[in-house]
Ligand binder design. Structure first.
Ligand SMILES: [Zn+2]
Ligand SMILES: [Zn+2]
Length: 381
């Protein structure tokens, strides 16, 4: 299951890193590669697994020491470990099978008993996903577009407290302000987080009538999104800090804007290259011609050489998409499609008929000559 990459390298910390440093690095990486934030991205998922694996080891002083001394094999019960399966042991200790959601990460970060602390800590709001549809031309030149979406905001009437202005919080009657309730008696007494106040010790006396005590209100937000030139269908733009409101004064989440690019009637895209098909007639192909070719920046004149074959591709350098990361430009490929006429007029038919008669006269000759040349070559003459 383990990859070969060094655990320290995976988390981007030095071998001498303090536990706090490792925790910080892990949290950052785990947030970045979390599957919820990278839907459908197999690489991110794989990375996320490995980061968890690395943290599982490096966050545990004993395991870390074994890892430092014996490497991954030491943890598998190799090098002198008396066959003890450490990874299995730790899985049984409840730290194994990876995390299923961001909440789990927090729970693990702050430990089971730290729930109350975690609850009151500032937490970043959740991310939102929005969508933008642009034309092919807009994806070429870049554009600024307004998006509108619903998000949660801190209720301005109660400042997010959830309590009706003028009223305050009062000690929770269930737990009398301790945040914990005890059950059982005699030898066994189990302490649990208070279900009424969820461990906070206080409850709202009178819920805010605007947000019904939640501390949040829904709002419709409009944001101007800068879509960079060269963006392709399926890419995502991150608009930082415009997502749902955070908890306990934490920052807003982000908005991820899915970009959809409408297909164009004329042009298609592959990477940063653009393809355009130009229909040409038989006479143009045979005799050559001056033709006008459309590009994203307007038409350009091109010379069609005499004897152009069907599906000939010509490359116009730097007429493709600008790379969205600023790495140069793609090319424009013009593909010449031989168009065979249909529904001929009498005059057209007559002209082609003449061509046919002429072709009949010359048909055998070049083919025969070609054939004789090949025979000669074969016998080495
Ligand atoms: Zn309110
Ligand atoms: Zn309580």
């Amino acid at each position: 299951m383990a990859g070969n990459q060094d655990y320290y390298e995976l988390l981007g910390v030095a071998k001498t890193a303090a536990p706090e440093e490792i925790k910080k690095a892990y949290k950052k990486m785990a947030m970045k590669y979390h599957p919820d934030r990278n839907p459908g991205d197999k690489d991110a998922e794989e990375k996320f697994k490995k980061i968890n694996e690395a943290y599982e080891v490096l966050s545990n002083p004993e395991k870390r020491q074994i890892y430092d001394q014996y490497g991954e094999d030491g943890l598998k019960g190799g090098a002198g470990m008396d066959g003890a399966d450490f990874s299995e042991m730790f899985k049984n200790a409840g730290f194994g099978g990876g995390f299923s959601n961001l909440g789990d990460i927090f729970d693990n970060m702050f430990g089971g008993g730290g729930r109350r602390r975690a609850r009151n800590m500032p937490q970043q709001g959740t991310d939102l996903v929005s969508k933008i549809v642009i034309t092919f031309k807009e994806s070429y030149s870049g554009i600024s577009k307004e998006i509108s979406f619903n998000r949660s905001s801190t209720c301005q009437f109660c400042n997010g407290s959830g309590a009706e202005p003028g009223s305050s919080r009062k000690a929770c009657p269930t737990c009398k302000g301790t945040g914990q309730v005890r059950s059982g008696n005699g030898f066994f007494s189990i302490s649990q987080t208070c279900p009424t106040c969820r461990g906070e010790g206080t409850i709202i006396e009178k819920p805010c009538t605007h947000c019904r005590g939640t501390g949040f209100l829904k709002e419709t937000k409009k944001v101007e999104v800068k879509v960079p030139a060269g963006i392709a269908d399926g890419m995502q733009i991150r608009v930082a800090g415009e997502g749902n409101a955070g908890l306990n004064g934490g920052p807003r989440g982000d908005v991820y804007v899915d970009v959809r690019v409408r297909e164009d009637e004329l042009f298609t895209r592959e990477g940063n290259d653009i393809f355009v098909e130009i229909p040409i007639t038989y006479s143009q192909a045979a005799l050559g011609d001056k033709i006008e070719v459309p590009t994203m920046d307007g038409p350009v004149d091109m010379t069609l050489p005499a004897g152009t074959q069907p599906n000939t591709k010509m490359r116009l350098k730097d007429k493709g998409f600008p790379d969205v990361h600023g790495r140069g430009k793609g090319a424009l490929y013009v593909i010449f499609k031989l168009e065979v006429p249909r529904n001929l007029s009498d005059a057209h038919k007559e002209a082609i008929q003449k061509l046919k008669e002429f072709e009949k006269e010359i048909r055998e000759r070049p083919t025969l000559k070609d054939y004789l040349d090949k025979i000669k070559k074969w016998f080495g003459k």
